[in-house]
Design a protein around this ligand. Structure first.
Ligand code: CO
Length: 297
């Protein structure tokens, strides 16, 4: 990785971290989820970044992928465990970070995922195996008596790419695959009071363009034009419905899903409805790793 690319990742990470900090301060009982997501995305733009993926804010047993529609009246409640997951780009270079806000008495649960990500970051360097990263995460979470979510993992990040290899396990997977100098990865442990396994629910609002195919209706074609402008990065219903109206947007999205042009990513609840916390940072792998989403560096 050349120094220019490193600098772009650093800028991207700084923007994602500032947007995450800014929006997380708005998370309070009675505040609408959509207000917080808009605040994060507005902040990214204000700081000169691009949006890597729609900001997501998942509550309680939902680990990830909750992204409110424009007319979603859901508000945060007293007692909630709230995840906020924010990503930015600079010249297409993706950064990804997340944290948990505790609106109840779940301090230990929040600490478990935060300590897990820090334990993993501490051993990031070329040659560390993915199994060792997973073990560090699992150990930190189990110390608090919680379960790491095993079927969610960290991931490589890249140029206009939010999810690529390697998959970074949140438990001792036994993988002997090693981290490689110059890799860019996001480490994102989830701690659960339940099963430590998530499943897909329904009604996705996060989508990604997965295949180039023609579509029949004018609605579908109009919406596809916007989707193409996202450069293969994920997008959400709200962005489209604000321009095209909700009826046309839903019709178009349904057609594109059915044609296999886009794929939906529905909310992911813990299978036993345990409460879930999350922490995430993006890091460049070097002997002296660069945690691009840490603001104090
Ligand atoms: Co991520």
């Amino acid at each position: 990785m050349d120094s220019e690319t490193i600098e772009k990742y650093r800028q991207s990470g700084k923007i994602a971290a500032k947007a995450l900090q800014h929006a997380s301060k708005l998370i309070k009982p009675g505040v609408k989820l959509v207000t917080v997501c808009d605040a994060a995305e507005d902040k990214i733009r204000e700081l000169g970044g691009g949006i890597a993926f729609p900001t997501q804010t998942s509550r309680n047993e939902i680990a990830a992928h909750y992204c409110p529609e424009d007319d979603d009246e859901t508000v945060y409640q007293e007692g909630d465990v709230v995840k906020l997951d924010v990503g930015a780009t600079v010249d297409g270079y993706v950064s990804d970070n997340a944290l948990t806000v505790d609106l109840g008495d779940h301090a230990k649960l929040v600490k478990a995922s935060r300590e897990a990500v820090n334990a993993a970051l501490k051993i990031v360097k070329p040659g560390t195996t993915l199994g060792e990263i997973g073990t560090a995460i699992q150990t930190a979470i189990e110390k608090y008596g919680f379960a790491p979510v095993k079927n969610l993992s960290g991931h490589g990040i890249g140029h206009y790419s939010v999810h690529e290899s390697p998959s970074v396990p949140n438990f001792d997977s036994g993988s002997k695959n090693e981290l490689v100098e110059g890799q860019s990865i996001a480490i994102e442990p989830f701690a659960s009071t339940g099963a430590g396994m998530i499943q897909e629910s329904s009604n996705p609002t996060v989508f990604m363009h997965v295949a180039r195919r023609s579509v029949r209706s004018a609605f579908g074609r109009d919406i596809l034009k916007d989707i193409e402008s996202y450069n293969g990065l994920p997008f959400t219903t709200r962005w489209l419905s604000r321009k095209h109206g909700i009826g046309k947007t839903k019709f178009g999205l349904r057609e594109l899903v059915n044609a296999g042009v886009i794929r939906g990513y529905p909310p992911l609840p813990d299978v036993r409805k345990g409460l879930v916390s999350q922490a995430e940072h993006s890091v460049l792998v070097f002997d002296k790793p660069i945690i691009i989403t840490k603001l104090d560096e």
